[in-house]
Write a protein that binds this ligand. Structure first.
Ligand code: S3P
Length: 434
């Protein structure tokens, strides 16, 4: 079903809100709970299509998962070797995280699996996980150029690996580590730039011996996971749309509660602060082993910056939102070293450049980034290309556009942010389903 939105300039955004649970943490929590010994309770689970697809797949593989209420799951772990194969395809939907991490988890099982996804996921590169998993002894087939579906055949057993990831990718690191649980000997992953460490932290929480530091993770096979309860923090990437919106709409003052503040996720805060944003962290605390804080964001005049290269992996999902901030800032913003954006749910460099240009922005796309001259935006018809983060970012842009913005193809917002329209309305956005 196609869902379109119509969005227009808002008055000040003023509210106290909580955004849904973290997508990365929710995927990992159900996966590790599924193969642990005992029953784990996951609270704050993201009720998004991506994470529900992962839970559904684990159900297909014999794991009983009870829904106790919204965002509450009781997962009856089957132990490291307790999953059973399914004759049906395992449908990951839109979720790259689901497919890549499950490829690692399933590579060392005593049964075969077939992982499939929607049109967007079927065009995303899986060679980056197939290569290291094959080097570990896995037997995985894909379409030409490593595209899904993935056929995972029974292997002759996995062997640990010392793997240097060619691109900074938490999904690749995590796939290798999850396969490493089933491998003989030690598995080491070295990264060109540190990426989010949720898999490592959650393995430790489930009692698996794992050593890790920024850019490095190592573990050995042959242990067991012990059930544990997981409290999922609110997703920083979902908060990002409101952080940018409050920064760019005059007189705004938003409080976003209990947001996950893992430093490998919060690069956008550093970039926006360099641009002059007024973002305060209040009430710092901890939830489920992750740092959390309330974020108070007030409108402030922004100016362009050169986004520092080391920040790129720490804000990899936030570039669509940053493009909007840059298009409304005074002066020039330069983004480089972000070619990975071309293989996300859409080619985010091209799609954001096209959409914001349609709204009057002055953007030059480069092979690995963009040069954005800040200015004013007007109304127009734009395409999200079925990419959840593009749709939400364009809704934010519209809050400062002089005319109505019609955004096509927004149904996939439900993959990561159920209830976005309602929460945006509470904040005062001019936004509705068309
Ligand atoms: C994720 C890692 C990132 C990110 C994605 C979630 C994860 O992908 O873009 O939304 O949960 O590990 P890459 O590993 O491809 O950079």
């Amino acid at each position: 079903m196609t869902v379109d939105w119509v969005a227009s300039q808002s008055g000040p955004l003023r509210a106290e809100i909580t955004v849904p649970g973290d997508k990365s943490v929710s995927h990992r929590a159900v996966m590790l709970a599924a193969i642990a010994d005992g029953t784990s309770r996951v609270s704050g689970f993201l009720e998004g299509e991506d994470t529900r697809a992962t839970a559904r797949i684990l159900g297909q593989l014999g794991v009983r998962i009870e829904t106790l209420g919204p965002s509450e799951r009781l997962i009856h772990g089957v132990g490291l070797h307790g999953l059973v194969g399914s004759d049906e395809s395992l449908d990951c939907g839109n979720a790259g995280t689901g497919m890549r991490l499950l490829a690692g988890l399933l590579a060392g099982q005593g049964f075969g699996s077939r992982l499939v996804g929607d049109a967007s996921l079927s065009g995303r590169p899986m060679g980056r996980v197939i290569a290291p998993l094959t080097a570990m002894g896995a037997n995985i087939q894909a379409r030409e150029n490593g595209l899904p579906p993935l056929i995972i055949n029974v292997s002759n057993g996995l062997q640990g690996i010392d793997y240097k990831t060619p691109v900074a990718s938490a999904q690749v690191k995590s796939a290798v580590l999850l396969a490493g649980l089933y491998a003989r000997g030690e598995t080491i992953v070295r990264e060109p730039h540190p990426t989010r460490d949720y898999t490592e932290r959650m393995l430790a929480a489930f009692g698996w011996p794992v050593q890790f530091s920024p850019g490095l993770a190592r573990l050995s096979g042959g242990h067991r996971l012990r059930a544990t309860d997981v409290e999922v923090p609110a997703d920083f990437s979902s908060a990002a749309f409101f952080i940018v919106a409050a920064s760019v709409v005059p007189d705004s003052d938003l409080l976003i509660r209990r947001v996950g503040m893992n430093p490998r996720r919060t690069g956008l805060l550093a970039a926006l602060r360099m641009m002059g944003a007024d973002i305060r962290e209040e009430n710092p605390g901890e939830q489920g082993g992750e740092a959390v804080a309330d974020l108070r964001v007030r409108h402030a005049p922004l100016h362009g910056i050169d986004v520092p290269a080391p920040l790129v992996p720490d804000m990899i999902d936030e570039f669509p939102a940053l493009f909007v901030a840059a298009a409304l800032a005074a002066g020039t913003t330069r983004i480089a070293g972000a070619a990975e954006l071309r293989v996300k749910e859409s080619d985010r460099l091209t799609v954001m450049a096209q959409a914001l240009s349609t709204l009057g922005a002055n953007i030059v796309e480069t092979p690995d980034g963009a040069i954005i001259e800040g200015g004013k935006l007007h109304g127009g018809d734009v395409q999200s290309h079925g990419d959840h983060r593009i749709a939400m970012s364009l809704a934010v842009a519209a809050q400062r556009a002089s005319g109505e913005v019609r955004i096509a193809d927004c149904a996939n917002v439900a993959t990561s942010f159920p209830g976005f329209l309602e929460l945006a309305a509470i904040c005062g956005f001019g936004l509705a389903a068309a």
